[in-house]
Design a protein around this ligand. Structure first.
Ligand code: KIV
Ligand code: ZN
Length: 539
């Protein structure tokens, strides 16, 4: 352990020292405004979460849309190791659909919920406390018919009447709930109060030892991580959150921050964390890249500046003894140096070794593809750094097979010219070509793509950043494109920023076309649907 200063501090010792990490990046995280992951991206991320070693992956809310259903089913069938959970409201219809999606999992979990605060009961559900209690118990009993692993969440627990909540928790445990989750749904709690709240529930509910106590905190007041830690110190043994803290509104508790707090301050919390810490950084980058949600540079643990020392005094101190200003080591979470260089003479073997060091374990075929892209890049760029390699792997390999691929691109632009683009796109083994004008070369190129694919995309957001420093740096473009009311995220990299833009746009439009071919409408049921599932929305 890096930090020496905690010796002698006293933590609260619990009989069971292991904290279970429940990741809901694919469900609550995907509820972030403007984020929409397709089935392939969800599977990719779930596989990475399994490598990170989370205990539970909440793969989605199967009744929300056919896409969610399909994603949960695929993750359940393919991802081994963690428990795979699917969210469902406290109704038979939701539970049936969730089970249908989950049943292929090695260890499936049904996660059913209903709101318990008076404010939700009165305005959202229009039900009495008795009715909600009855519905919660019935849902857990029904879910138990399918599986022994049933989690029950009391939505808005932190604002619920404590006596009522304790009674309800007792009854759902009696009905068979093995995990009881007490969320701070609207991020209203503060750490002391939330810790006391968890302790009180533990002390008052007579059969609480028959279930795991979980917490799920939102970050509206910026206290989701602190509240989660306070809950852990008071007896919660499952913590729910997302990577990078993404999620509804201000987001969820950031799992990597909780993990590193428990690790770095182990003498205080006295808890074990079963994660592969070295996968933290890579998971964080993958989440950011797939969701298009940029990580703020000063974000704890995974921000670009989290381990950067700017002031002379700090630099001097770190050079003399790292622990003067560094309480965690970047290597521990898998941050790799970006200045290790490969060039155009580097062979396949060196290339493979470097990717392995960086944690990418590629199949031969994937390696061939990545090596080809590396050689193309090395022809244009003298030095290829680890960050360039990561960009290649992410963009070229984490993209599922696409129906439309860029074959060539010409554009003409200048102060005295009408910007024009000509593009060739390979589809079904043929090259389709077209040309168009626009306000600029990017606009012109996007018009051509629209014409060839036959879908109109509305560009909602465009971001360009350099992967590394230097004039020959790779440009990385992320676009958000709206098609039929749904947002698609596309990413592309190239040393040429127009080419990177076209690759990114094409990436988004391929996803839109995939949905169009499957007749996916983009409509989703949200967890706050006021009918609470009473309109018989089966699949
Ligand atoms: O925030 C919340 O209360 C939730 C529940 C559905 C677990 O996401
Ligand atoms: Zn939530």
């Amino acid at each position: 352990m890096v930090c020496q200063s905690v010796e002698g501090e006293r933590g609260i010792l619990m009989a069971n020292n292991q904290v279970h990490f429940f990741d809901t990046t694919l469900r609550d995280g995907e509820q972030s405004p403007g984020v929409s992951l397709n089935v392939h991206e969800k599977l990719e991320l779930a596989q990475q979460l399994a490598r990170l070693g989370v205990d539970v992956i909440e793969a989605g809310f199967p009744i929300a849309s056919p896409g969610d259903f399909e994603a949960v089913k695929l993750v359940a069938q393919r991802v081994k190791g963690p428990v795979i959970a699917g969210l469902c409201r406290a109704t038979r219809g939701d539970i049936d659909v969730a089970w249908e999606a989950l049943k292929g999992a090695e260890s499936p979990r049904l996660h059913t919920f209903i709101a318990t605060s008076d404010i939700h009961l009165r305005f959202k559900l229009q039900k009495s406390r008795e009715e909600v209690l009855e519905q919660a118990v019935a849902a857990v009993r029904y879910a138990k018919k399918y599986t022994s692993d049933v989690e029950f969440s009391a939505e808005d627990a932190s604002r619920s009447d404590l006596d009522y909540l304790c009674l309800l928790v007792e009854k759902v445990i009696e009905a068979g709930a093995t995990v009881v989750n007490l969320p701070d749904t609207v991020g209203y709690a503060v750490p002391d109060e939330f810790g006391r709240f968890i302790r009180t529930v533990r002390e008052r509910v007579p059969n609480i030892d028959q279930a795991i106590i979980a917490v799920h905190c939102h970050d509206d007041l910026g206290m989701a991580v602190s509240n989660s830690l306070a809950a852990i110190a008071n007896g919660a043994t499952q913590v729910e959150g997302t990577i990078n803290g993404i999620g509804e509104r201000a987001g969820n508790a950031s799992l990597e921050e909780i993990a590193m707090a428990l690790y770095t301050r182990k003498a205080f919390y006295q808890k074990e964390v079963g994660l592969n810490f070295r996968e933290i950084y890579r998971t964080s980058r993958m989440v950011s890249s797939l969701t298009g949600m940029v990580i703020q540079p000063n974000k704890a643990v995974v921000g670009k500046n989290a381990f950067a020392h700017e002031s002379g005094i700090h630099q001097d101190g770190v050079l003399k003894e790292r622990t003067t200003y560094e309480i965690m080591s970047p290597e521990l979470i898998g941050v790799y140096q970006s200045n290790l260089v490969l060039g155009k003479h580097s062979g396949r073997h060196a290339f493979k070794e470097r990717l392995t060091e960086m944690g990418f374990d590629l199949a031969e075929e994937e390696l061939d593809k990545a090596f080809k892209r590396f050689k193309e890049l090395a022809d244009k760029k003298k030095e290829v750094t680890n960050h360039d390699l990561e960009a290649i792997v992410k963009h070229e390999l984490f993209t599922p097979p696409e129906k439309y691929r860029l074959n060539y691109l010409y554009f003409a632009s200048g102060t005295q010219l009408i910007p024009t683009a000509t593009i060739g796109i390979v589809t079904n083994g043929e090259v389709v070509e077209d040309a168009a004008c626009g306000d600029g070369p990017v606009d012109a190129a996007f018009h051509v793509v629209d014409r060839i694919i036959g879908i109109h995309g509305e560009l909602v957001e465009y971001k360009l950043s350099a992967v590394t420093g230097g004039k020959d740096a790779l440009g990385e473009v992320t676009v958000r494109v709206k098609v039929n009311g749904r947002i698609y995220i596309g990413r592309g990299v190239s040393t040429d920023i127009i080419e990177a833009s076209v690759r990114a746009y094409l990436n988004a439009m391929n996803k839109a076309d995939y949905d169009r071919c499957r007749g996916e409408t983009g409509r989703k049921i949200t967890i706050d649907d006021p009918t609470n599932g009473h309109e018989g929305k089966g699949k």
